[in-house]
Design a protein around this ligand. Structure first.
Ligand code: ADP
Ligand code: MG
Length: 613
């Protein structure tokens, strides 16, 4: 049999290669604008006709090419950007594979005018289907002017797969946005069929973002700035309230190159967890800068997928830095963040095994979209800390001071403990809330009525006292530290009890001029509205009897318990009701509120009988 293997002609292999690099008009725009950036252009003009089908023109004021280079540029694997394979790992340019121009020339008509700055005469080249039609000297501006006409004229299959003009134009706009965002100092214009889409002057990142996405975004940008030995992360993230239901304002850049990174995207979504409206995406414009040796951009022909050597370390740094930015933004909204110091994230050079990130602890239950005004703050089903939910009840105390008619004697409990356990569970399960104020629980001798607010005050008070007595301050860091201002007398009062509040787990700082910042709240409270709590705490404190005020700490604890207890009027879920009962009877003094008011009472069975006589 005759030999059948042949080398493909260049024009064919270039067409095949083009299939990878040039999928649609937007790919041409991307490749050519990237070339202009690599050529050091400060100004790039893009003119498009018919969404790129008829014409894609890119004019730059970059370095231009000599006549030989202009010819060479269209050869496959012809590049000025690398010399050896090693250079790929130090790459700072957008291109380096030397395929784009060869690919474009294989599937379109290309006219190139280019001139180096120190030359008077430039070069004109006309190529069609990889064949040079003309090459001649030409008078032209310094820099490079590409015109790509009749794209895919010789690849009907490709042409057939193109979408509508608006869809293809959208792709082009997306590419321009990415390049414009990663190179804000470069002036870029985009015209389509003679009308202006963008006319962007060279500027900084923030103004570039605003000129691309509109003024509205400006006050919603939170700056990000973190520098470690592994990576520098800068840019902006959008405020949660600015989050959109549609995807589109999410951008990652690495060393000035746009990239897709679903894994890092996930990290950001996690940082925003619970502070976003459902099914929405936060905007972000995040720039990573790192040693080119630590990334591999060569895993995909269009170089938008990038492999990071220290992916998990960067993941954590990213998350810490986004959380930090979200937190910082809320402390001092008026500060110009560009001036604020960068986040200190110490990273030993190239030691990533035990990366421990600065801990921003967030309240996982915090949900600003939870409209229920819940002083105890949990957006979930429970107003008590999950860790403190206990099944350990102290029912004896219920009967001790309270229930002379109760039939069951303490001595019999041990014998019947199993039976009792069942009854107890049953009892709790049968409890109902009444008028959003009382809890009614059937007990053997009648019906127990519990005041929901006083019960919760008791529970919180005992926990707070335990914190004070055992000196076990546990502060729950706010995701968004909050500032607040008080009138002068309240500010003085708050300052005077600050040490006690700290002992209870409040992390409050005096910010001067009667204003304060809350960074953390007592872990036992699990609150999401600390300012409201402080305000009502001050009210409760002021209204406490003078003799109590002498025992300052206890009074602070009592006032705090009162201020954070579930209010009257709040509907409780079944699980919350049983938890409340459970926790109340785990208290030392379940029958009286911290201020000595009755928490519960039993209406005897006989009274029911009398009622119906
Ligand atoms: P790559 O960008 O990967 O090097 P390309 O095929 O895109 O490969 O370009 C080939 C070469 O042509 C580049 O390396 C560069 O030297 C030259 N070139 C392309 N476009 C321009 C331009 N706008 N200005 C100056 N030189 C350019
Ligand atoms: Mg290129």
């Amino acid at each position: 049999m005759a030999d059948i293997i042949q080398l493909l002609p260049d024009s064919v292999s270039n067409q095949i290669a083009a299939g990878e690099v040039i999928q649609r008009p937007a790919s041409v725009v991307k490749e050519l604008v990237e070339n202009a950036i690599d050529a050091g252009a400060g100004q790039i003009k893009v003119n498009i006709k018919d969404a790129g089908r008829t014409l894609i023109q890119i004019i730059d004021n970059g370095c231009g090419m000599s006549d030989t280079d202009a010819r060479m540029a269209f050869e496959r694997h012809a590049t000025s950007k690398i010399r050896s394979a090693d250079d790929i790992f130090a790459i700072r340019t957008l291109g380096f594979r030397g395929e784009a121009l060869a690919s474009v020339a294989a599937i379109a008509e290309v006219e190139l005018r280019t001139k180096e700055h120190d030359h008077d005469i430039g070069t004109f080249i006309h190529i069609s289907g990889s064949k040079i039609i003309t090459q001649e000297p030409v008078r032209c501006d310094s820099g490079t002017n590409f015109q790509i006409k009749n794209l895919f004229y010789n690849v009907p299959a490709r042409r057939k797969f193109l979408k509508s003009n608006p869809a293809e134009l959208k792709h082009i706009i997306n590419e321009i946005q990415r390049i414009a965002l990663s190179n804000p100092e470069v002036a870029i214009s985009l015209h389509h069929n003679g009308s202006v889409i963008y006319e962007l002057t060279g500027t900084n990142k923030r103004i570039r973002i605003v000129s691309l996405f509109g003024k509205n975004i400006n006050q919603n940008l939170i700056p990000l700035d973190t520098e470690t030995s592994v990576v520098k992360i800068s840019g902006f993230i959008g405020q949660p309230r600015y989050a959109r239901k549609t995807f589109g304002e999410q951008f990652f850049f690495v060393n000035k190159r746009y990239m897709k990174h679903p894994f890092f995207h996930k990290s950001i979504m996690q940082s925003y967890e619970k502070i976003l409206p459902p099914d929405s995406f936060p905007s972000y414009f995040i720039y990573f800068d790192l040693d080119p040796a630590d990334i591999d951009v060569n895993i995909h022909p269009t170089k938008t997928e990038i492999k990071f050597e220290n992916e998990s370390a960067i993941w954590q740094i990213l998350q810490a830095s986004v959380r930090e930015a979200l937190g910082k933004f809320n402390i001092v909204p008026s500060i110009d963040f560009d001036q604020a110091g960068s986040v200190e994230i110490p990273m030993p050079l190239r030691e990533f095994s035990n990366v421990s990130m600065p801990g921003i602890r967030i309240n996982p239950d915090y949900n600003p979209f939870d409209s229920t005004k819940n002083h105890s703050g949990s957006g979930n089903s429970s107003f008590l800390k999950p860790s403190e939910r206990s099944n350990q009840t102290n029912w004896q105390s219920l009967y001790k001071g309270l229930e002379p008619n109760f039939e069951t004697q303490p001595e019999t409990w041990d014998d019947e403990s199993v039976q009792f356990k069942i009854e107890e569970q049953q009892t709790i399960k049968n409890s109902v809330q009444f008028k959003n104020k009382y809890i009614l629980t059937p007990v053997k001798s009648g019906l127990m009525v519990i005041d929901q607010k006083r019960a919760h005050e008791r529970i919180l008070y005992e926990r707070l006292m335990q914190v004070l007595e055992n000196n076990e301050v546990a502060s729950q860091q706010q995701l968004f530290p909050e500032t607040f201002e008080l009138n002068a007398s309240d500010a003085t009062l708050l300052t005077s009890i600050l040490p006690d509040l700290r002992a209870l787990g409040f992390d409050i700082r005096d910010f001067g001029k009667n204003s304060f910042i809350i960074n953390g709240t007592p872990g036992v409270l699990n609150t999401s509205s600390p300012i409201e709590i402080i305000e009502s705490l001050l009210e409760e404190y002021k209204n406490s009897p003078a003799n109590l005020q002498e025992k300052a700490r206890e009074t602070v604890a009592i006032s705090l318990a009162q201020a954070s207890a579930i209010p009257y009027g709040q509907t409780l879920k079944t699980g919350e009701i049983s938890e409340l009962i459970d926790n109340l009877f785990a208290c030392q003094t379940p029958n009286f509120s911290p201020k000595g008011k009755k928490i519960l009472s039993i209406m005897p069975l006989e009274d029911f009988e009398k009622l119906l006589k």
